[in-house]
Design a protein around this ligand. Structure first.
Ligand code: ZN
Length: 305
């Protein structure tokens, strides 16, 4: 039986307004709703007086204005970036210019990638913010702090190779970016997305004791470990479904997508194809599946005997 992930999609957003979520956390949501961003990008403000901003968001003037209005006379000491997708990092430039704060992140888009094992190649990936480079590089365990708060980086590659979550120990909270979201699974799209890395990064969260996650899109995730376990089970089931299709004689990704993602929103077809590719890259590497040449969206696949 398929694992049910307990998604929550029942949230109302007041675009342009700042919402107080916890004693230390506030959020302004950008008006960029889509099948990939749910209601939009949530930009977090952590602390009071001297604050950090996490994921300034897309380059939308109304969002930048709303964020600066929410900050008022407070001082931004750090601008933290979970990863370099266009709905997360582009507004960092404007917030930096307005506040003088430095930007912090793992590195430019693609910087966490050891090599392109997918054969997709290139830096042409839609959705990547290739203009962003952090002023200060953060690695796993690196932390920044202000009065009453501390934010520690947790490197969680998979959705992108440079993805960081940020732990706020004062509230036993993890800002989980797009690694773990409350409303949907994450898109794992090669070449920068990596299924094996994503699964390791889910396991990594199971070794932590955060009590609540605040993702960049959607509602908070209380009691996150069962949620993370459901994601892991879901991916194992999807890998098995792909193997079943190969066993039935399907060889091409579009045919597999049509059978495995029944009832899919047509706007998500491309993302689904890349997710299947991400699984196939892993299955080719592990020696379960064969492919002539590098695994790409157009390649033909078969089960190894
Ligand atoms: Zn993303």
């Amino acid at each position: 039986m398929a694992t049910e992930i307990p998604f929550r999609r029942d949230i109302d957003i007041d675009y342009g307004a700042v919402a107080t979520l916890t004693p230390l956390i506030r959020r302004v949501v950008a008006r960029n709703p889509s099948p990939f961003t749910f209601k939009g990008t949530g930009t977090y403000i952590v602390g009071h007086g001297q604050v950090a901003v996490i994921d300034p968001g897309p380059d939308i003037a109304a969002h930048i204005d709303a964020l600066l209005a929410a900050l008022g006379a407070e001082t931004v000491t750090h601008i933290l970036i979970t990863h370099t997708h266009l709905d997360h990092s582009p507004a960092a430039a404007a917030i930096k210019q307005a506040t003088g704060a430095k930007t912090y992140g793992f590195g430019p888009h693609g910087s966490g990638r050891a090599e392109d094992r997918s054969g997709v190649g290139g830096v042409t990936e839609e959705g990547g913010d290739h203009a962003f480079t952090p002023d200060i590089v953060m690695r796993d365990g690196d932390a920044v702090e202000g009065p009453g708060w501390r934010l520690a980086a947790v490197h969680t590659p998979g959705h992108t190779s440079n993805h960081l979550c940020f732990a706020l120990p004062e509230e036993h909270t993890l800002f989980s970016g797009d690694h773990v979201m409350g409303w949907s699974t994450s898109v794992i799209a090669p070449p920068d997305g990596d299924m094996a890395a994503y699964m390791r990064s889910l396991d990594k969260l199971l070794g932590r004791d955060d009590r609540v996650y605040w993702p960049t899109h959607g509602p908070s995730i209380p009691d996150p470990k069962p949620f993370v376990r459901a994601f892991i089970a879901h991916r194992h089931e999807r890998a098995q479904a792909i193997l079943d299709r190969l066993a039935q004689g399907d060889e091409a990704i579009p045919a597999i997508v049509a059978r495995v993602y029944v009832g899919l929103d047509p706007r998500l077809k491309g993302a689904a194809a890349r997710s299947v590719l991400a699984h196939l890259v892993e299955l080719v590497e592990s020696g379960t599946v064969a492919c002539e040449g590098p695994p790409t969206l157009d390649a033909r696949y078969r089960l190894k005997r």
